[in-house]
Design a protein around this ligand. Structure first.
Ligand SMILES: [Fe+2]
Length: 281
C-alpha cells in the first residue's frame, strides 16, 4: 500500500498517511518513508498505537539506537528509551526540564550527535508544549554570501551546560559538561546540502575569533534560524509519532502549564561525526 505525504508548512514537515507502525512494515514502505523524511526533514505519523518494541522496530530501520545519556553513578546499558515528561507512567519517570526549551539539535555536544530523534506522544497538555522545528538548510541559504563563506571556515564549540530553566548558565564552563567542537556549517551526509549547524541553546562560541564578535554573529544566525517562515510548529495529539533530522533541523518547545500532564517516549538514532560543508564541497 502506498503511503501519502502531505506537507505541513512551506518550510518543512510532512504528515505521512497509510501506515500502521504497530505492525511490521515492509521494506518498500520504509524506503518511501525514509525518502519523505529526507525531503521534508520532519515527518509526522498520527494515530499510532505503539509500545516500546514497535517504536524501536521502526526506529531501528534508520540505524543503531543510541543509549540514553546516564547520570554520574547511574549506568543504564542497552537503555534506548527516554521519557520526556512530568509524570510517571508504567513505572517510567519523565526527565528533562519543564516549560520552554530553546532551539537546539539533540546531542550536538558529542563527537557523533544523534541523526534522528523519534518522539511518540502518550499524554499531552490541552494547550502549549508544542514543538517548533526550524529548517537549517533554508537558514544557511538566506545568509549573505560573504557570511556564508566566512562561516564555512569557522568551527563552533558546543556544550551541554544549561540549567533547569533551559537557559545557558553564566560563568566558566565546567570541564565535566559534555562538549565538542563541530563545523558551523555541515554537509548533510545523505542529501549533500549545507546546513547551518549552530543553535541558541548549545552553541557556546565560534572558535578562534573575538568573543564579542562571535556572540554578535551567533545572535544574527539565531534570528535567521528562528524566522517564522523557516519554522513549523507541531501541536501534539496523543498517538503522534514525529521523527526529525538533527542534521538539518533544530527544535524548541513552547511553554505549558506544569499542572497538566505531558508524557512522550523518545528514542534517538546514532549519527556520524558531522563533516564541514567546506571539506565536502
Ligand atoms: Fe531535544
Amino acid at each position: 500500500m502506498a503511503i501519502t505525504v502531505t506537507p505541513l508548512s512551506p518550510a518543512l514537515g510532512a504528515e505521512i498517511g497509510g501506515v500502521d507502525l504497530s505492525q511490521p512494515t515492509d521494506l518498500r514502505t520504509l524506503e518511501q518513508i525514509h525518502r519523505a523524511w529526507l525531503d521534508h526533514l520532519v515527518i509526522v505519523i498520527r494515530g499510532q498505537t505503539l509500545d516500546e518494541a514497535a517504536q524501536e522496530r521502526f526506529a531501528s530501520f534508520f540505524g543503531e539506537l543510541q543509549e540514553v545519556r546516564s547520570r554520574p553513578g547511574e549506568r543504564k546499558p542497552n537503555e534506548h528509551v527516554m521519557i520526556i515528561g512530568n509524570v510517571t507512567v508504567e513505572g517510567r519517570k519523565g526527565e528533562l526540564p519543564e516549560g520552554e526549551l530553546q532551539f537546539h539539535a539533540d546531542q550536538c555536544y558529542y563527537e557523533a550527535p544523534s541523526k534522528a530523534t523519534l518522539l511518540y506522544a502518550i499524554e499531552v497538555p490541552s494547550r502549549g508544549g508544542n514543538t517548533l522545528f526550524s529548517n537549517t538548510y533554508l537558514a544557511f541559504e538566506a545568509l549573505p554570501p560573504a557570511l556564508q563563506r566566512r562561516l564555512e571556515n569557522l568551527d563552533c564549540f558546543f556544550l551541554y551546560d544549561y540549567n533547569n530553566a533551559a537557559a545557558k548558565r553564566a560563568g566558566p564552563i565546567s570541564p565535566d559538561a559534555p562538549q565538542f567542537t563541530h563545523p558551523a556549517v555541515v554537509r548533510h551526509p545523505e542529501t549533500g546540502k549545507p546546513s547551518l549547524f549552530v543553535n541558541r541553546l548549545m552553541s557556546d562560541h565560534l572558535v578562534g575569533i573575538d568573543a564579542e564578535e562571535s556572540q554578535a554573529i551567533l545572535d544574527e544566525l539565531y534570528a535567521v534560524q528562528e524566522r517564522p517562515e523557516f519554522v513549523y510548529e507541531h501541536v501534539w495529539r496523543p498517538g503522534d509519532l514525529v521523527m526529525w533530522d538533527n542534521r538539518c533541523t533544530l527544535h524548541a518547545r513552547t511553554n505549558f502549564d506544569p499542572s497538566e500532564r505531558r508524557f512522550l517516549r523518545r528514542m534517538t538514532v546514532k549519527g556520524e561525526r558531522p563533516i564541514a560543508a567546506r571539506a565536502a564541497a
